[in-house]
Design a protein around this ligand. Structure first.
Ligand SMILES: [Zn+2]
Length: 203
């Protein structure tokens, strides 16, 4: 299976679905992580994203869209179309369209447009933390047991030293606690949750 995962910034994918990426690659599936833009500390943050992707067993593409041009537009959809067409995914993941960050919402609007004609399933991961709070609640519809890959997820987040310096160790506790809460709901240790845009049967 080929999995394409879009994140606006370095670290978004690790926070939202790092455990799921690790689980896919451990089972032999191909995952391409796409980072749309790098708003600051470019060299350091791209290096951190490369380390995180390697740790999760995934490939990485940094599109490096100019931050002010990361808006829902024909131009952005065309750029996403190129990534999409070159990879031909079976499954696509993106931010919640209910995320308060304008870059996250722009990415998801463009991903939905990009997947309009394709036969792939499309899911949205939970809001990035910290922040992400939006008027409507996230509807956890699709659960992935990440008990075996929570360690890789946290290690992948910890490669982002620039962000750890900003948010501190409580950031990791928050991410881990959220995974524990979702896991408890389905009787496993840790889980990540997704909202379904379209789910296509593969049987
Ligand atoms: Zn972000």
């Amino acid at each position: 299976m080929k999995v394409l995962a879009f994140g606006a910034h370095p670290d978004d994918l690790e926070i939202g679905m790092g455990g799921t990426i690790g689980r896919y690659t451990a089972k032999g599936h191909e995952v391409l992580m796409v980072v749309a833009t790098v708003p600051n500390q470019k060299a350091e943050r791209i290096g951190e994203a490369e380390k995180a992707a390697a740790l999760l067993g995934a490939e990485l593409v940094v599109m490096d869209v100019v931050p002010d041009q990361l808006v829902f537009s024909r131009q952005l959809v065309r750029r996403f179309d190129q990534v999409f067409g070159g990879f031909a995914p079976d499954v696509v993941y993106t931010h919640s369209n209910n995320d308060s960050h304008q870059d996250h919402a722009a990415v998801t609007n463009a991903v939905i447009a990009t997947t309009r004609k394709n036969d792939c399933s499309v899911y949205m991961y939970e809001q990035t933390i910290p922040g992400g709070i939006a008027p409507n609640p996230f509807r956890a519809q699709y659960y992935v047991d990440i008990s075996d890959t929570i360690g890789s997820k946290l290690d992948a987040i910890m490669t982002h030293h620039t962000q750890l310096d900003t948010y501190g160790p409580w950031w990791l506790e928050g991410v881990k606690g959220r995974a524990m809460y979702h896991g408890f709901k389905i009787n496993v240790k840790y889980a990540e949750v997704f909202e379904v845009i379209k789910h296509i049967a593969t049987w």
